[in-house]
Ligand binder design. Structure first.
Ligand SMILES: O=P(O)(O)OC[C@H]1O[C@H](OP(=O)(O)OP(=O)(O)O)[C@H](O)[C@@H]1O
Length: 448
């Protein structure tokens, strides 16, 4: 199945015409778990992207005459049933922007037949199959991993439904197939327990499947779009650093994005996340090697940072929420402040600044939790440059960034670094970040 429609999304139009590395989505799950439905939904929802859907079943090894004569004893649910090397080389080829030749496996004869299917590189590749997470090299190539988790009884019922209602087979034949061949109890069920279920832990999202599971569908699509935005934009800007996502980080973001989170929890989880962003940002400062002697008299070759050569600058008022974390990490650090007034008619205006006198000689950690249009950031950065701070000495730390803001800042100032926890889908008509977390300052300082 291959669907092609239109061009890439308008938000990232400025990133077109660059060497494309496809975004690879893996969809795993037991036989008849609903993987195809998930792939169909993703394909429908990612309009504007070129999408190729590959099935792991295309990569079954063809059977020799000897194996064919005992086909009912052949285990199609075992990792060895697949030509994983061929799958890997096809994916690598597509990932590098080259064409790939996909085998054509005939389920009736259990042979690979000609011609193979030629596929061209695309924006998105969806690879679905029972064991697509089994091989670490294949997993490594995936940008998003989804596991469709469907109860064994439901899968069996779905399989019978699929074979009778959808494929028009006689129910007796289908049931006979199950009982005579014992395929299900001999191979499918143990195959699931031994090989498929253990790969669930690699998934970014586990989908408790049901055809009307709208919440899961929305979650999947939103997660994929977020990841795709990051993938495209990070490919384009080498000075953009998105923190490695973990379930802890996503958990914190989930709480502070939730409109019903109390002020107390908002502050608590925002502070935790800010601390991580600050620590991450500090990791981009220059260091020099330092050797120390440990209590066991061994020598440890480490590094040291020169604290006196850095300072913070917060953009009032939301940026002030990040000052404590910076102070906690760098005792006694100088922190300056900038106040920018937003006016719909006149744009952004700098109305207050208080910066360390020797700021030109320092590395500056610019603090503001939200990067939306990028206008405030551009104002703040241009002031720092006016004060003599070299562009490459500025590290802009924030929690969430809209692609439009990243685009604006990175284009104007290609040598500054941006460190962020997550990249957003975009901006709404009011220039608010989507999905966002509302007015950060109001929620953090309780002024709503
Ligand atoms: O990228 P931009 O479109 O310029 O928007 C980002 C700015 O908006 C937010 O501040 P806000 O105006 O909410 O002020 P506050 O921090 O005082 O709440 C945020 O803290 C940034 O400073």
């Amino acid at each position: 199945m291959e669907s092609r429609s239109g061009k890439s999304s308008p938000e990232i139009s400025s990133m077109e015409n660059n060497t494309k590395q496809p975004f690879i989505i893996g969809v795993a799950g037991g036989s008849a778990s609903g993987k195809t439905t998930v792939c169909d939904i993703i394909t429908q929802q990612l309009q504007g992207q070129q999408i190729i859907v590959l099935s792991q079943e295309s990569f079954y090894h063809g059977l020799s005459e000897q194996k064919l004569s005992r086909v009912h004893q052949y285990n199609f649910d075992h990792p060895d049933a697949f030509n994983t090397e061929k799958l890997l080389s096809c994916l690598m080829s597509l990932k590098c922007g080259n064409k790939a030749s996909i085998p054509n496996y005939d389920f009736k004869t259990h042979k690979n037949v000609s011609p193979e299917r030629k596929v061209s590189p695309s924006d998105v590749i969806i690879l679905e199959g029972i064991l697509v997470f089994h091989d670490p090299r294949i997993r490594e190539l995936m940008n998003v991993k989804l596991f469709v988790d469907t109860d064994a009884d439901v899968r069996l019922a779905h399989r019978i439904y699929r074979d009778t209602v959808e494929k028009g087979r006689d129910i007796t034949t289908v049931l006979e197939q199950f009982s005579i061949i014992l395929q299900y109890s001999k191979f499918v069920k143990p195959g699931y327990q031994d090989f498929i279920a253990p790969t669930k832990k690699y998934a970014d999202i586990i989908i408790p499947w049901g055809r009307n599971n709208q919440v899961a569908i929305d979650l999947i699509v939103q997660h994929i779009k977020t990841k795709m935005g990051q993938h495209d934009i990070c490919k384009f800007y080498s000075n953009l650093y998105v923190m490695q996502s973990t379930f802890q980080i996503r958990g914190m973001l989930t709480i502070i994005r939730d409109a019903y989170t109390t002020k107390h929890d908002f502050v608590f989880y925002a502070d935790r996340l800010i601390r991580l962003v600050v620590e991450n940002g500090l990791g981009h400062l220059p260091f020099k090697e330092k050797q120390v002697k440990t209590p066991t008299s061994a020598v440890y070759i480490g590094v040291e940072f020169r604290r006196e050569t850095i300072c913070g600058v917060s953009v009032i008022r939301s940026g002030e929420s990040m000052e404590n974390a910076l102070r906690a990490c760098c005792k006694g650090i100088k922190i300056g402040k900038i106040l920018i007034h937003k006016d719909a008619g006149e744009g952004e205006q700098l109305i207050y600044q208080h910066l360390p006198k020797d700021i030109a000689d320092r590395h500056v950690l610019l603090l503001d939790p939200i990067l939306a249009t990028g206008n405030s950031a551009v104002q703040a950065i241009s002031l720092l440059l006016e004060k003599g701070v070299p562009e490459s000495n500025i590290i802009f730390l924030n929690l969430i960034s809209a692609p439009q803001g990243i685009d604006m800042v990175c284009k104007r100032y290609p040598r500054i670094k941006i460190v962020t926890a997550e990249i957003e889908l975009g901006l709404n008509e009011n220039c608010h970040v989507i999905p966002g977390m509302g007015d950060f300052g109001d929620r953090y300082f309780g002024t709503y």
